[in-house]
Design a protein around this ligand. Sequence first.
Ligand SMILES: Nc1ncnc2c1ncn2[C@@H]1O[C@H](COP(=O)(O)OP(=O)(O)OP(=O)(O)O)[C@@H](O)[C@H]1O
Ligand SMILES: [Mg+2]
Length: 499
Amino acid sequence: MPDRVLITTADLEQAVRSNAALEAAGADTAMVSSFDDVVKELRRREPDCVVLTGALHESSATQLVAAARERSISTLGLLEETEPDAKTLARELGLTGFLVKPVEGAEVAATVRRLIERRRLQERTGIIGESPAIQEVLVKIEQMAPVTSTVLVEGESGSGKELVARAIHDLSPRRGKAFITVNCAAIPETLLESELFGHEKGAFTGAAERRLGRFELADGGTIFLDEVGECPPATQVKLLRVLEDRSFFRVGGVQPIKVDVRVIAATNRSLKEAVGLGDFRDDLFYRLNVLAIYLPPLRERRTDIPMLVRRFIAEFAAAHTRQFQGITPEALQILVDADWPGNIRQLRNLIESMVVLAPEGEIRATDIPKDIRDHGRGLPVRVVAATRDAPGKELEFIFRTLVELKLQVEELRRRLEDHPQRVEVIEVGAHGAPPLGPITAEEGADPIVYRRGMTMAEVERAAIEATLKETRGNRRKAADVLGIGERTLYRKLKEYQLA
Ligand SMILES: Nc1ncnc2c1ncn2[C@@H]1O[C@H](COP(=O)(O)OP(=O)(O)OP(=O)(O)O)[C@@H](O)[C@H]1O
Ligand SMILES: [Mg+2]
């Protein structure tokens, strides 16, 4: 299908020149004289791109660019040579791209092509955003996808790191092969190594069969090391070796295993800082940080919020088969101004709850929870707000909170189902044994983690280790807590080589 392009005629000469070059390049073009007509044409013709040849300081130009943006249509502005600060003007208008006049028709045609390709890339990857930051991320994804170099993705929680990692994989020649996720923070230290590199039969008690690790499962494809900053030092050394020569040993193995795996790592804390603090090996950091993508928090790219909001409304209205009219300008402004500590994930979840709950089939300012209206600095559950409101409001608040909780649980479930290899976390209590005195956050017992496929022996070993940590090495107390005899504990310590 040819690219469909609308060209405004504010600068007729530029328009004619651009039109000729675009037509020669095979585009389906139309020239439109007034901005108002362009807005109408946006609806009728659904173009891929609009070229604004002049009059960009007029308020109707701003409206046109906004209308195009909402429909995910790219805009290219041709700015005057006399314009003192073209870049700022382009940013203020929200143009997808700009060129400074005089411009050759061929350059316009080539730029239009690039903008349209970028847009299609967004559609393929699901990465929404027109801000310069997101545009830069998209360019990087395009550049990084074809090669095998390691990529480090940094950004706050919920800012889209996993989405970016998947996009790189999906656009790479490896797309037909596995994309394997490992959450380094969620797997206990004792299991991480066998999880990553696999183990041989009999490597440790309970290793009844040979088991392939994630690196082997990802052979030919991509491994995504999420929260890589949380890797314990011992595993960091092993990762370094894999990155250096793409080979490793299974736990208990003597044959080096060679794999062809692309590594993408993510972290929501600055790895460089972690290196400075001595928590992360600098040599591993440099190995991971060959190519880097930084995702700025949503509050630093607020211009993306309206587009995200509209997309999420459309998505959830369809998913919940709700007739939905959208959002009032006032409500949208509140969302644009909010802080979003949980970034896009938080925005997405909120939109889902509002689409389900908004009584008028439209999101209004009053539908937005108070903590978000107060710039979103509040707690996710707004207890204070409820007590001040009338009883009806209170019920509505409780209902809303329940729905939000439900959505959060569903999101968790979805994430687990999406990534069955991720862990399920079960906290194991002290089996009714008498408490051992207060346990502070720092010295508190690690949650014992169960993952599908774990053997009973592995669970037992992890339980013993955690209990010993909790009792600060006191074996008698540990045996008590575990509800087994001291002698049994000694035997097991020996068996699991924990003694
Ligand atoms: N630019 C974007 N456009 C559309 N949706 C996005 C964008 N960025 C993130 N999302 C959505 O927001 C949610 C969170 O994104 P993702 O899981 O990639 O974040 P993350 O950085 O990996 O978070 P965490 O650090 O908590 O693991 C997902 O539902 C994702 O699809
Ligand atoms: Mg993630």
